[in-house]
Design a protein around this ligand. Sequence first.
Ligand code: MN
Length: 192
Amino acid sequence: MFTLIDLPYAPDALEPVISAQTLAFHHGKHLQAYVDNLNKLLPGSGLEDLPLEQIVAKASGALFNNAGQILNHEMYFTQFAPQPSSPEPTGNLLAQIQKQWDSLDAFKAEFEAKGVSLFGAGWVWLQADEAGQLSIGQYANADNPVAHGLKPLLTFDVWEHAYYLDYQNRRAAHLSALWQIVNWKEIERRYN
Ligand code: MN
């Protein structure tokens, strides 16, 4: 049985970037529904004893969609902090970003552009291969780096449910505001 993760901050802690109302629906309704669906689909699937990442790597169809969305949202919600202790990346991760994009600002610009240009619902991810090489991936619906053998590091949710109450159709404004609440210490922990 999977259970809904607790948020590591108060419901209104990410305002004004993400409102308490958006968080209540996104975490309490959307993510809860994916958890409930997966728990209904798992019995008899042959995957019921596996950890979430292995279910995502092996499943297809509705099982993949619900497991993928749980993984995506757990990593999404736990990468934010109201006042990030580390508002910019440091160490290995910063060095690798600078090596590949020249600057953090150039990386952010490409990441936002890939979120804006993703058609329909999905996710933009910063991901790493086994050698630590970084890339930015666009994934439709529930897809994610884990399903493609890559390590997931940082993600922006571009499903409309992530921003429509606060930003309506202004996806670009929402994505550009999200940098204010990214907890880079958590992204570095995932990378190293
Ligand atoms: Mn979502």
